[in-house]
Design a binder for this molecule. Structure first.
Ligand code: ADP
Length: 495
């Protein structure tokens, strides 16, 4: 299937539109396609091939054949080399990939450049692990020799969301490939373009056919087919908690494939009286409004200690009003449009609920303009614990603020939701920082910062925010399984 020439403010480029299977772009078996929409102007960008169950089967067969064939013979050192080649190629195409992200997802071009750079660095980091995956020898008696080795799991199905399309692509592919697996990755239906563009670099990087397969398609068809596939050994998913549950059920109802889930959050961002207020405000602002609030770890519940509550709100209002909302390609833009009509409607629904439930709108609360899915940065104050906007994940540029008095209150409030992805504490007191960090039930706690993820640091959820950890050495556990080899020496019966 051919590619299509598209144009962004960064120039013209050639966009592949097929399904990437066996290192080739092909049409969907049924010839189906779907359009991806530009969230800045609500107009279609291009139609891409739409995978259904039949295409998932073809991609899985390709991945299985590669896993049992050529890929097994590739040395760990060569796996490292291919990942490193792919990282280099992504950096070479950084501006184009970033422009695709801005076009398809709506994120600010400057932020998209950072995403692509982090995606490349993540692949390089996992390339570094490929030849350092080691087992051990366990001595149980003089009559036996035991070793435990780490083996790849097999064919991995990977389902990613639309909020960080290329970054999630590499978070998933990096560790899976480093450990010697093959993958079928499905991008989100809202943002298929950057994953397809990067797929053509896979071939150029030297990967054998079938090792990395990239398909576009919808959750209820292609995604569900991955989750319930009998020939997929592991599924890794990032997205909403609702969908995460259905993936876990599908795995349980099919072949008990291994499952890792990185799900939603409603993360507390706690500011103590003794915080450096300028620093706290800039991280609180970044914590909620970065990526238009479309982050699973967004700091959407802001708890401010009573001594600085009024001052904090006044200063935070001033800071948030400076966030430039508009064309993702304009150099001063911080916040572009939300990704889709559906997300836009959901967020506006939450804003309405906040108003109706009696929270005070400090700033925002409205659509911005009348073309594209733009929403004003919105701050609600006087929010009580029972309000919907304090309990549910909004996934947009909307935050809820309330007051607390003691450290114990802050900890209790921080832990009230069923989520546990991330949290933050702003204080200049070391004891408070450590005590509160230890008490918060979250997979990541930031102190005097926010959203500063790094590929060397594990990331994932406590409670209903997920199962397993991505990034860091921890992600290798998701993509390897242990094999114990127990060898009887001599004539001993047991040992
Ligand atoms: P959102 O509601 O924000 O779009 P989802 O969790 O539904 O988030 O989507 C994240 C990813 O999960 C997307 O790639 C989507 O296609 C996929 N997905 C959605 N529903 C299912 C499902 N039932 N089974 C498998 N994947 C799904």
């Amino acid at each position: 299937m051919s590619s299509v020439e598209l144009e962004t403010p960064q120039g013209k480029y050639s966009q592949p539109t097929g399904l990437f299977i066996n290192n080739e772009f092909v049409k969907a078996v049924d010839g189906k396609t779907f359009e991806t929409i530009n969230p800045s102007n609500e107009k279609p960008i291009v139609a891409v091939a739409e995978a259904t169950e039949k295409d998932v089967d073809i991609a899985v067969n390709a991945a299985r054949k590669a896993f049992e064939g050529e890929w097994r013979k590739v040395t760990p050192e060569d796996r490292a080399k291919y990942l490193s080649n792919l990282a280099n190629l992504m950096e070479k195409h950084l501006d184009t990939l970033a422009a695709i992200e801005s076009l398809d997802n709506g994120k600010a071009f400057s932020m998209a450049k950072f995403d692509v750079s982090m995606a490349a660095r993540c692949l390089r980091y996992y390339g570094g692990w490929a030849d350092k995956i080691e087992g051990k020898v366990v001595d149980t008696s003089p009559d036996t020799f035991n070793y435990v080795k780490k083996e790849p799991i097999g064919v991995c199905g990977q389902i990613i969301p639309w909020n960080f399309p290329i970054l999630m692509w590499s978070w998933k592919i990096g560790p899976a490939i480093a450990c010697g697996n093959t993958v079928v990755i499905k991008t989100a239906e809202q943002t298929p373009l950057s994953g397809l563009y990067a797929a053509q670099l896979v071939k150029e990087a030297g990967f054998p056919p079938g090792v990395i397969n990239v398909i576009s398609g919808f959750g209820k068809t292609a995604g569900a087919a991955i989750a319930s596939h009998m020939n997929i050994d592991k599924v890794a998913f990032t997205g909403s908690t609702v969908t995460g549950r259905s993936i876990l059920k599908a795995a349980a109802g099919s072949n008990l494939k291994k499952v890792t889930l990185e799900l939603g959050g409603k993360s507390p961002n706690i500011v103590f009286n003794d915080a450096d207020i300028d620093n706290a405000i800039s991280w609180v602002n970044f914590g909620i409004f970065f990526n238009h609030g479309q982050c699973c770890c967004a700091g959407s519940r802001i708890y401010v200690q009573e001594g600085i509550y009024e001052k904090f709100i006044e200063r935070f209002r001033q800071r948030a009003q400076k966030n430039v909302v508009g064309d993702p390609f304009a150099s001063d833009t911080f916040q572009g449009p939300q990704v889709s009509q559906l997300q836009f409607d959901r967020i506006m629904g939450y804003i309405d609920a906040g108003k109706k439930e009696g929270a005070k709108v400090e700033i925002g609360g409205e659509r911005k303009g009348n073309n594209g899915y733009f929403i004003e940065p919105t701050i609600f104050s006087n929010v009580t614990e029972d309000m919907k906007i304090m309990q549910e994940e909004i996934f947009g540029p909307v935050c809820s603020i309330s007051k607390f008095s003691t450290k114990e209150d802050a900890i209790r409030l921080g832990n009230t939701t069923t989520y546990g992805l991330a949290a933050a504490v702003h204080t200049t007191n070391l004891n408070t920082a450590i005590e509160v960090s230890n008490a918060l039930r979250a997979g990541t706690v930031w102190v005097n910062t926010y959203n500063t993820l790094h590929h060397q640091l594990p990331f994932g959820g406590f409670k209903e925010s997920g199962i397993g950890r991505e990034l860091g050495e921890a992600a290798l556990d998701n993509y390897t399984q242990l094999k114990t080899v127990n060898i009887r020496l001599g004539d001993a019966l047991f040992g």
